[in-house]
Design a protein. Structure first.
Length: 201
Protein backbone atom coordinates (compact mmCIF):
# COMPACT_ATOMS: atom_id res chain seq x y z
CA UNK A 1 0.00 0.00 0.00
CA UNK A 2 2.84 2.41 0.88
CA UNK A 3 4.56 1.61 -2.43
CA UNK A 4 1.37 2.32 -4.36
CA UNK A 5 0.89 5.59 -2.49
CA UNK A 6 4.48 6.58 -3.23
CA UNK A 7 4.10 5.80 -6.95
CA UNK A 8 0.84 7.76 -7.04
CA UNK A 9 2.51 10.74 -5.37
CA UNK A 10 5.43 10.61 -7.82
CA UNK A 11 3.04 10.50 -10.79
CA UNK A 12 1.11 13.48 -9.41
CA UNK A 13 4.30 15.52 -8.98
CA UNK A 14 5.44 14.61 -12.51
CA UNK A 15 2.06 15.64 -13.94
CA UNK A 16 2.16 18.97 -12.13
CA UNK A 17 5.72 19.56 -13.31
CA UNK A 18 4.74 18.96 -16.93
CA UNK A 19 1.69 21.21 -16.57
CA UNK A 20 3.76 23.98 -15.03
CA UNK A 21 6.02 24.02 -18.11
CA UNK A 22 3.26 25.46 -20.29
CA UNK A 23 3.16 29.20 -19.66
CA UNK A 24 1.28 31.27 -22.22
CA UNK A 25 0.73 35.03 -22.25
CA UNK A 26 -3.03 35.46 -22.18
CA UNK A 27 -5.35 38.38 -22.80
CA UNK A 28 -6.27 39.97 -19.43
CA UNK A 29 -9.24 38.20 -17.86
CA UNK A 30 -11.22 41.45 -17.54
CA UNK A 31 -11.03 42.02 -21.31
CA UNK A 32 -11.86 38.40 -22.05
CA UNK A 33 -14.87 38.57 -19.72
CA UNK A 34 -16.21 41.63 -21.54
CA UNK A 35 -15.82 39.86 -24.89
CA UNK A 36 -17.71 36.83 -23.60
CA UNK A 37 -20.57 38.97 -22.28
CA UNK A 38 -20.66 40.92 -25.54
CA UNK A 39 -20.87 37.65 -27.48
CA UNK A 40 -23.80 36.56 -25.32
CA UNK A 41 -25.66 39.77 -26.21
CA UNK A 42 -24.91 39.71 -29.95
CA UNK A 43 -25.11 35.96 -30.62
CA UNK A 44 -27.96 35.11 -28.28
CA UNK A 45 -28.26 31.90 -26.31
CA UNK A 46 -28.27 28.30 -27.60
CA UNK A 47 -27.25 28.56 -31.25
CA UNK A 48 -29.07 26.55 -33.88
CA UNK A 49 -27.47 24.40 -36.54
CA UNK A 50 -25.26 26.34 -38.95
CA UNK A 51 -25.59 26.17 -42.72
CA UNK A 52 -22.33 24.72 -43.99
CA UNK A 53 -21.17 25.32 -47.57
CA UNK A 54 -19.88 22.11 -49.22
CA UNK A 55 -16.16 22.45 -49.86
CA UNK A 56 -15.83 25.26 -47.31
CA UNK A 57 -16.94 23.55 -44.11
CA UNK A 58 -14.26 25.30 -42.06
CA UNK A 59 -15.38 28.73 -43.22
CA UNK A 60 -18.45 28.44 -40.99
CA UNK A 61 -16.45 27.87 -37.82
CA UNK A 62 -12.91 29.29 -37.89
CA UNK A 63 -10.74 32.04 -39.35
CA UNK A 64 -6.97 32.20 -39.86
CA UNK A 65 -5.24 35.39 -38.72
CA UNK A 66 -1.76 36.75 -38.02
CA UNK A 67 -0.47 38.00 -34.69
CA UNK A 68 1.72 41.08 -34.13
CA UNK A 69 4.79 38.98 -34.96
CA UNK A 70 3.36 37.90 -38.29
CA UNK A 71 2.74 34.32 -37.16
CA UNK A 72 -0.46 32.63 -38.29
CA UNK A 73 -3.00 31.24 -35.86
CA UNK A 74 -6.54 29.92 -36.13
CA UNK A 75 -9.45 30.94 -33.94
CA UNK A 76 -13.16 30.26 -33.67
CA UNK A 77 -15.30 32.79 -35.52
CA UNK A 78 -17.87 32.91 -32.74
CA UNK A 79 -18.06 32.15 -29.05
CA UNK A 80 -19.69 28.86 -28.15
CA UNK A 81 -22.64 29.90 -25.97
CA UNK A 82 -23.97 26.98 -23.92
CA UNK A 83 -26.99 28.47 -22.16
CA UNK A 84 -30.76 28.35 -22.44
CA UNK A 85 -31.43 31.36 -20.21
CA UNK A 86 -28.46 33.69 -20.68
CA UNK A 87 -27.72 33.55 -16.96
CA UNK A 88 -26.31 30.06 -16.39
CA UNK A 89 -24.01 28.00 -18.57
CA UNK A 90 -20.82 28.87 -20.42
CA UNK A 91 -19.26 31.05 -23.12
CA UNK A 92 -16.14 29.52 -24.73
CA UNK A 93 -13.75 30.45 -27.50
CA UNK A 94 -11.07 28.29 -29.10
CA UNK A 95 -7.79 29.10 -30.84
CA UNK A 96 -4.31 27.82 -31.63
CA UNK A 97 -0.84 29.00 -30.64
CA UNK A 98 2.64 27.71 -31.38
CA UNK A 99 4.44 26.27 -28.37
CA UNK A 100 7.80 24.50 -28.59
CA UNK A 101 7.41 24.14 -32.34
CA UNK A 102 4.03 22.42 -32.16
CA UNK A 103 0.41 23.54 -32.10
CA UNK A 104 -1.14 24.29 -28.72
CA UNK A 105 -4.94 24.12 -28.70
CA UNK A 106 -6.59 26.52 -26.26
CA UNK A 107 -10.15 26.49 -24.95
CA UNK A 108 -10.83 29.60 -22.88
CA UNK A 109 -14.22 30.05 -21.33
CA UNK A 110 -16.31 31.66 -18.63
CA UNK A 111 -19.16 30.49 -16.46
CA UNK A 112 -22.07 32.90 -17.00
CA UNK A 113 -23.33 32.57 -13.44
CA UNK A 114 -21.69 35.21 -11.20
CA UNK A 115 -19.56 34.28 -8.21
CA UNK A 116 -17.86 31.17 -9.60
CA UNK A 117 -14.33 31.11 -8.20
CA UNK A 118 -11.61 28.99 -9.82
CA UNK A 119 -7.97 28.23 -9.03
CA UNK A 120 -5.28 25.78 -10.12
CA UNK A 121 -7.23 22.86 -8.65
CA UNK A 122 -10.29 23.61 -10.79
CA UNK A 123 -11.03 21.38 -13.76
CA UNK A 124 -13.45 20.88 -16.62
CA UNK A 125 -14.92 17.48 -17.45
CA UNK A 126 -16.23 16.87 -20.96
CA UNK A 127 -18.79 14.10 -21.41
CA UNK A 128 -19.29 12.77 -24.93
CA UNK A 129 -22.43 11.27 -26.45
CA UNK A 130 -20.94 7.78 -26.16
CA UNK A 131 -20.60 8.20 -22.39
CA UNK A 132 -16.82 8.59 -22.31
CA UNK A 133 -15.29 11.47 -20.38
CA UNK A 134 -12.10 13.52 -20.35
CA UNK A 135 -10.99 15.98 -17.69
CA UNK A 136 -8.73 18.97 -18.32
CA UNK A 137 -7.04 21.05 -15.59
CA UNK A 138 -7.45 24.81 -15.44
CA UNK A 139 -4.44 26.96 -16.39
CA UNK A 140 -6.10 30.33 -15.79
CA UNK A 141 -4.97 32.43 -12.82
CA UNK A 142 -7.14 32.35 -9.69
CA UNK A 143 -10.26 34.43 -10.21
CA UNK A 144 -13.90 34.71 -9.14
CA UNK A 145 -15.23 35.46 -12.62
CA UNK A 146 -15.46 31.79 -13.56
CA UNK A 147 -12.82 32.14 -16.30
CA UNK A 148 -10.84 29.00 -17.16
CA UNK A 149 -8.18 28.11 -19.73
CA UNK A 150 -7.71 24.56 -20.99
CA UNK A 151 -4.70 23.42 -23.03
CA UNK A 152 -4.08 20.48 -25.34
CA UNK A 153 -0.49 19.83 -26.46
CA UNK A 154 2.02 17.00 -26.87
CA UNK A 155 3.98 18.14 -23.81
CA UNK A 156 0.83 17.65 -21.71
CA UNK A 157 0.25 14.21 -23.24
CA UNK A 158 -3.43 14.96 -23.83
CA UNK A 159 -3.71 15.17 -27.60
CA UNK A 160 -6.15 12.25 -27.42
CA UNK A 161 -8.63 14.77 -25.98
CA UNK A 162 -8.17 16.98 -29.04
CA UNK A 163 -8.77 13.96 -31.31
CA UNK A 164 -11.95 13.09 -29.39
CA UNK A 165 -13.25 16.65 -29.76
CA UNK A 166 -12.75 16.33 -33.52
CA UNK A 167 -14.53 13.00 -33.87
CA UNK A 168 -17.17 12.89 -31.11
CA UNK A 169 -20.16 14.99 -30.14
CA UNK A 170 -20.09 16.58 -26.69
CA UNK A 171 -23.04 15.85 -24.42
CA UNK A 172 -22.16 18.19 -21.55
CA UNK A 173 -19.51 20.27 -19.79
CA UNK A 174 -18.86 20.35 -16.06
CA UNK A 175 -16.73 23.03 -14.38
CA UNK A 176 -15.62 22.25 -10.85
CA UNK A 177 -14.82 25.55 -9.14
CA UNK A 178 -13.50 26.20 -5.66
CA UNK A 179 -16.92 25.95 -4.01
CA UNK A 180 -19.43 25.60 -6.85
CA UNK A 181 -19.85 23.20 -9.75
CA UNK A 182 -21.54 24.18 -13.01
CA UNK A 183 -22.91 21.55 -15.43
CA UNK A 184 -24.58 22.30 -18.75
CA UNK A 185 -25.87 20.09 -21.55
CA UNK A 186 -25.18 20.85 -25.22
CA UNK A 187 -27.83 21.55 -27.83
CA UNK A 188 -27.44 20.09 -31.34
CA UNK A 189 -26.20 23.48 -32.49
CA UNK A 190 -23.59 23.51 -29.70
CA UNK A 191 -22.45 20.03 -30.71
CA UNK A 192 -22.09 21.00 -34.36
CA UNK A 193 -20.18 24.17 -33.51
CA UNK A 194 -17.79 22.48 -31.06
CA UNK A 195 -16.99 19.54 -33.31
CA UNK A 196 -16.78 21.68 -36.45
CA UNK A 197 -14.42 24.10 -34.74
CA UNK A 198 -12.01 21.42 -33.54
CA UNK A 199 -12.00 19.70 -36.92
CA UNK A 200 -10.79 22.96 -38.44
CA UNK A 201 -8.42 24.41 -35.83
Amino acid sequence: MKKLFFLSAVFTVMTLAVSAQVKIKMEPSAIFGKKAQSALKTQGMQQGMKAVTPGDECGAFVATKKDDKGESYTEAKEFLIVSNDGVTGFAFTFYTLQYEGKTLYVARGMALEPGICVDNTSKVTITFDDGTQVTLPNFEKDNCKGIVSLYMHDVLKNMDTYESLKTKKVRSLKLEGVEKTVVKSFSEGNQQQMQGTFKCL
